[in-house]
Design a protein around this ligand. Structure first.
Ligand code: 5GP
Length: 401
């Protein structure tokens, strides 16, 4: 078999050209661990495979939430992660939710461990020789590293990525302190030029404090902090990395429950389709039933019992006219949440988002989809306003006053 062609090499990974697909690269993470701009370097046997597992699980979660990433598949068992080829933007984008690291060194007025709201997003130029200096947004644009639209998209995607991963870590009783991600532009194929989250996101990329306690940290900071590195330290770090990969394995598991769409009367059955569609857009499954509180009251209660026995986690959507008794009946008959809908003003998008928020408490994928839906809704408004206020093009031959 021909040796795979190496395309690029970083401190802890090698990228190869995929044998048959020109738009695809194979990422292999290495067993090396480095700190202090590469001055300190050690090898932890098996770390590459563990890092590939963490990265692929994180990217799978982000993909399931609907975020654009370069990740396609692989990395779980074989340390061969397939990714879309991308032209990398030479920036490290750091999101901070809790003050630590270089932030508290630079800004001693900010107490270590304090919450940062809104999240702080910083850009660092990838430049080992100059210790990856902080770079401001204007300089990123002025130096042609990214255009203003790309800067705004990177900030938004970085913030959402942080919130999704912070949610996932919270479910493991751990605090995501900060996070570093990188971006690229798809180099070829469908969506060429599109900005995607790229590189790797593994236990080197974040600070994670179990129970909110810095002394219990599981991430690479432990290695950075060591005065001298002993074999016992490296073994402890390997065990931490393995523990993190195991915890991250549960990040992309969907625990969404069922949404029961119940319509009070066959005359309103036509309205059910829009709800199924809106819920489907958020990845929420539905069961649909037509009942009549007036004509089949016994059946309504029987149906509630049946559904509750079948689905452990569910939300009822009670659809009917404003005078319908369906919603109050379900409210009293069921321990599950009930959302009343007036058929005269159905608002399926809003109802779907409310259902998703119920499941988002325990399901990071649904939580991420809620965030993305809200972000898209916000950017629709901003885009519409920008279009409304766009300067009117000047007809040829006329000068602006
Ligand atoms: P700080 O600027 O506080 O040192 O780091 C902020 C966050 O970015 C931390 O989560 C840290 O782990 C991550 N980070 C900073 N520099 C690098 C780097 O060169 N590689 C990786 N993988 N993560 C980094």
């Amino acid at each position: 078999m021909p040796k795979p062609k190496e395309v690029a090499r970083g401190k802890t990974k090698i990228l190869y050209q995929h044998e048959t697909q020109p738009d695809v690269l194979v990422v292999k993470q290495q067993d090396g661990i480095t700190a202090r701009d590469g001055e300190r370097r050690d090898v932890i046997e098996g770390k590459g495979q563990i890092a590939a597992q963490t990265t692929s699980r994180v990217f799978r979660l982000l993909n399931l939430c609907g975020l654009p990433t370069h990740y396609l598949n692989g990395g779980e068992d074989d340390n061969e992660m397939l990714v879309r080829r991308a032209e990398m933007i030479p920036l490290e984008v750091v999101v901070r939710g809790v003050a630590a690291g270089s932030l508290v060194k630079r800004r001693p007025g900010i107490p270590r461990g304090s919450l940062i709201v809104p999240r702080l997003i910083e850009f660092f130029l990838k430049d080992d020789a100059n210790h990856d200096p902080l770079i401001d947004v204007d300089a990123v644009v002025a130096q042609g590293i990214a255009n203003p639209q790309e800067v705004a998209t990177m900030q938004e995607l970085a913030r959402i990525t942080y919130e999704i991963l912070a949610h996932a870590w919270r479910r493991h009783e751990a605090l995501l302190v900060d996070l570093k991600i990188e971006f690229g532009r798809l180099a070829s194929g469908e969506g060429k030029g599109q900005l995607v989250i790229a590189d790797v996101i593994d236990n080197d990329s974040w600070r994670v404090w179990p129970q909110g306690r810095e002394d219990l940290m599981l991430d690479k900071q432990l290695y950075r902090n060591l005065e001298v590195v002993t074999p016992a330290d490296l073994e402890r770090i390997r065990a931490n990395y393995e523990q993190v990969a195991d915890m991250v394995a549960r990040f992309p598991l969907m625990r969404a429950g069922m949404v029961a769409l119940i319509v009070d009367g066959p005359e309103y059955a036509g309205s059910i389709e829009a709800f199924s569609r809106a819920l489907g857009g958020l990845g929420l499954p539905t069961v649909r039933h037509i009942v009549s509180v007036a004509r089949t009251p016994g059946h309504v209660l029987q149906l509630v019992g049946q559904l509750e026995a079948t689905f452990a986690r569910m939300v009822f959507v009670a659809i009917g006219p404003a005078t319908s008794a369906l919603a109050p009946l379900l409210q009293n008959a069921s321990a599950n949440p009930v959302l009343p809908v007036d058929v005269a003003d159905p608002r399926p998008g809003e109802v779907a988002l409310r259902c998703a928020k119920v499941f988002a408490l325990e399901d990071t994928i649904v939580f991420g989809r809620v965030l993305l839906t809200q972000t898209n809704a916000r950017s629709e408004v901003i885009t519409a306003d920008a279009q409304l206020n766009a300067p009117v093009p000047i007809p040829p031959g006329m000068a602006r006053a």
